[in-house]
Design a protein around this ligand. Structure first.
Ligand code: MG
Length: 251
């Protein structure tokens, strides 16, 4: 009889899996702008942010590290571009807002722990799983996790800034497996991005679970992810893990 699968390492995405922003980016930017005497519509800032972030990620992937930028410079540029696209052309007025926003997004107060995250992390811990973070994030992540009381659950926090490659690049997953001394076949990743998390982890031979939330599934996800890998919320993780390890009959 084949021996039963036992997952030894669980790796975690962070944004929109364990943590989310307390308020939308546009609101956050508009509040800080107002405090510096600038009135800008949150919706305009939100839309401009998405555009600026996408363009910056395309031109300078992974915080522009290979182009000589620091992640802080990279983010300050995103903020400057965001305000520019939202119609604010006064670069000098935006500079202190950009500094402030960089600090604020480092603060645990800007983030909130997703529902069920603490309980699920504790249950995974009790089960004897080793855990680590694998996140497309910059150097501020460790401090945020410490501030929110989550850091203690993880053996290590591997950001794309530290690894040098963002998910879904296989090298960031390989790096995590190497740090944990664990083979991919006994490791599983949890995240909310089909491409970066689900496919990225599967591509290196890890198991993976996709956190989808309660909304109807995207047709691509529905057609390509087995339903036992889909987590409508984090409270579905332990049952899904039991199923994966074969302790429950297939549904
Ligand atoms: Mg995410």
């Amino acid at each position: 009889m084949a021996s039963r699968l036992q997952i030894r390492l669980m790796t975690w995405d962070v944004k929109d899996t364990l943590l989310r922003l307390r308020q939308p980016v546009g609101e956050e930017y508009a509040t800080k702008a107002r405090a510096h005497g600038l009135q800008v519509e949150p919706a305009a800032l939100g839309q401009a942010f998405r555009q600026a972030y996408k363009a910056q990620s395309h031109s300078f992937p992974n915080y522009g590290l290979s182009c000589g930028l620091t992640s802080r410079q990279w983010w300050l540029d995103v903020v400057r571009q965001t305000f520019y696209l939202a119609g604010v052309r006064d670069v000098q007025a935006v500079a202190p807002i950009a500094d402030q926003l960089y600090e604020d997004f480092s603060s645990p107060c800007t983030w909130q722990v997703m529902e069920g995250a603490r309980t699920t992390l504790m249950q995974c811990h009790k089960r004897g799983l080793r855990m680590a973070v694998v996140s497309n994030f910059d150097r501020r992540l460790d401090g945020i996790l410490v501030g929110l009381g989550l850091r203690e659950h993880f053996d290590f926090v591997l950001t794309s800034e530290a690894a040098g490659w963002p998910k879904p690049d296989p090298r960031i997953f390989h790096k995590a497996l190497q740090l944990a001394h664990v083979e991919p076949a006994v490791a599983a990743h949890v995240g909310d991005s089909y491409r970066c998390d689900y496919q990225g982890a599967q591509a290196v031979g890890m198991h993976s679970f996709l956190v989808t939330g309660p909304e109807p599934l995207d047709p691509v996800v529905k057609n390509s992810v087995p339903k036992e890998h889909i987590l409508p919320s984090l409270s579905h993780l332990l049952p899904a893990l039991d199923h994966l390890e074969g302790s429950l009959p297939a549904p």
